[in-house]
Design a protein around this ligand. Sequence first.
Ligand SMILES: [Zn+2]
Length: 106
Amino acid sequence: MRKLLLALAVAGGAAWWWRRRSSSSSSAETWTASSEPATYEPPKLGGDVDPELLAILACPLDKHPVTRQGNYLVCGECLRHYPIRDGIPVMLIDEALTPEQAAAAP
Ligand SMILES: [Zn+2]
């Protein structure tokens, strides 16, 4: 009798698990994709930036448009160099190279 109850409990648990899995799989995948970029490797400098994105980007310091120079987006006003990492422009003043740093970089 005990074995039968145990078997029923296992079967019920499996059915519950399967229902749960099949009903929520699509939303779970979306959630995982948006919240976990899975960046185990450090991002590489450079990459392709969407031209439309490039057109709307501006320097966070003085709001001047930026132009691409190699792996950086360079502000036309303060000449700060904003790095592009894996195709994603990092428009942060803290991450940017100053004109002096950019001149010293290879
Ligand atoms: Zn600027």
